[in-house]
Design a protein around this ligand. Structure first.
Ligand code: ZN
Ligand code: ZN
Length: 413
């Protein structure tokens, strides 16, 4: 009996799990893969699951090896979609705090589509020869899951890929696929900066070195990195996403911490931004008379997601053929980041990562024409993010199958 993918999606959506806590999701995935005849590896990189299917099932040569990847984790977001299947789940974040959890990035859609593709590839018996490896990755939102799976020996435990393929649901009209050769998504560094002052009584600022003022001044000056130092034709982002200092009105604290998210398309821009950030932070500490140099800690580092040009051309042709001419567009580079490319980078093989639309086409058109896209169409990570279930699942499945067939030995012309 065919897998009810809509029911699977709704179930996953109702039961989102935070990064590295995807145990329920992993168990469901493993169960489906076993029933479809895949060889299954569990707890790869803590909560990851891998499925392997070879055609023919025995023999020395297994032909081309295609990796298809989906991420499984959800986010600490309170869902506000009002959907009948909205999440009310909670989880424990890395700081030990209970937080609401929602599939606000659509990874439930990614898992559903990959299970659907697994089913189709497993059932169209003699249609292809080669090896399919399905990667159900944990903790993409921490930028840590792909690394965890690779560090757990993934490349030695399953056939090495000839190509890595993956997809992300996005606010494009359903039926449209966005992909571009070259840089598809930015590289990203998550950096924590600690600035040190000298604490004391709030009534006696002259006897202290105030890290709050130091941090405030630094935050403002950091805004000039992109606006004054990066060529306007290039792309970069400097965001201070968290500021932590002090506990009470009348105490000047001893230190301030800033959490920075930095994005860029290439290594040259990365070096420029990082050196500017270091220079400004140090200079502001000096300007405040700090007695100790600031500390910099890199919490995560994601490489740019770079699509191989030749492989991207093949995928685009295959998807247009499978889903209709004009389905595939180049909708530009994203300043978001992904850890999918670690799989291809570590294996030294090409990657193609595309975006597929999940927004009702009519709703998209109206918002676009009214110029209200940013306010009317919820994006990934929004508490209102809600891809339409169909035909989003269906297109996600067909895209994966068509792209996989392109790289397997297949009888299809
Ligand atoms: Zn996300
Ligand atoms: Zn995502």
């Amino acid at each position: 009996m065919a897998i009810d993918l809509e029911a699977l999606y709704i179930d996953l959506h109702r039961h989102p799990e935070l990064s590295f806590h995807e145990t329920r999701t992993a168990a469901i995935v493993a169960q489906h893969l076993r029933e479809l005849g895949f060889e299954v590896l569990e707890e790869v990189g803590r909560t990851g699951v891998v499925g392997v299917l070879r055609r023919p099932a025995s023999g020395a040569s297994h032909g081309p090896v295609v990796w298809l990847r989906a991420d499984m984790d959800a986010l600490p977001v309170q869902e506000q979609t009002g959907l009948p299947y909205a999440s009310t789940a909670v989880g424990i974040n890395p700081e030990g705090i209970t937080v609401p959890v929602m599939h606000a990035c659509g990874h439930d859609m990614h898992v559903t589509a990959l299970i659907g593709a697994a089913e189709q590839l497993a059932r169209d018996d003699a249609d292809w020869r080669g090896t399919i490896v399905l990667i159900f990755q944990p903790a993409e939102e921490l930028g840590a899951g792909a690394r965890a799976m690779l560090d757990d020996g993934l490349l030695e435990r399953v056939p090495r890929p000839d190509i890595v393929l993956g997809q992300h649901v996005t606010p494009l009209p359903v039926g449209t696929i966005g992909v571009r050769a070259g840089t598809q998504m930015s590289a990203c560094d998550g950096i924590t900066v600690t600035m040190y002052g000298r604490g004391g009584h709030g009534s006696r600022p002259h006897s202290t070195i105030d890290p709050v003022v130091m941090a405030a001044s630094t935050i403002m000056r950091l805004q000039t990195v992109v606006s004054r130092e990066i060529d306007p034709r290039d792309v970069a982002v400097v965001t201070v996403g968290a500021v932590r200092a002090g506990l009470k009105h009348n105490i000047i604290p001893t230190e301030a911490r800033l959490e920075l998210s930095l994005r860029y398309p290439d290594e040259a821009t990365r070096e420029k931004v990082i050196s500017a950030v270091h220079r400004i932070v140090r200079a502001e500490a000096l300007a405040s008379g700090a007695e100790r140099d600031p500390d910099f800690e890199t919490d995560h580092m994601l490489p740019a997601t770079i699509n191989d040009a030749a492989a991207t051309a093949r995928v685009s042709t295959a998807l247009n053929r499978a889903l209709g001419e004009g389905t595939v567009i180049d909708h530009g580079m994203h300043t978001g980041s992904e850890d999918v490319s670690w799989f291809a980078r570590d294996a030294g093989v090409p990657l193609v990562f595309w975006f597929w639309g999940g927004v009702d086409a009519e709703q998209f058109r109206q918002a676009y024409e009214a110029g209200t896209f940013d306010s009317d169409i919820p994006t990934n990570h929004s508490p209102f993010f809600a891809p339409v279930i169909q035909p989003t699942i269906d297109i996600g499945v067909r895209a994966l199958v068509a792209a996989a067939h392109e790289f397997l030995d297949t009888d299809r012309a």
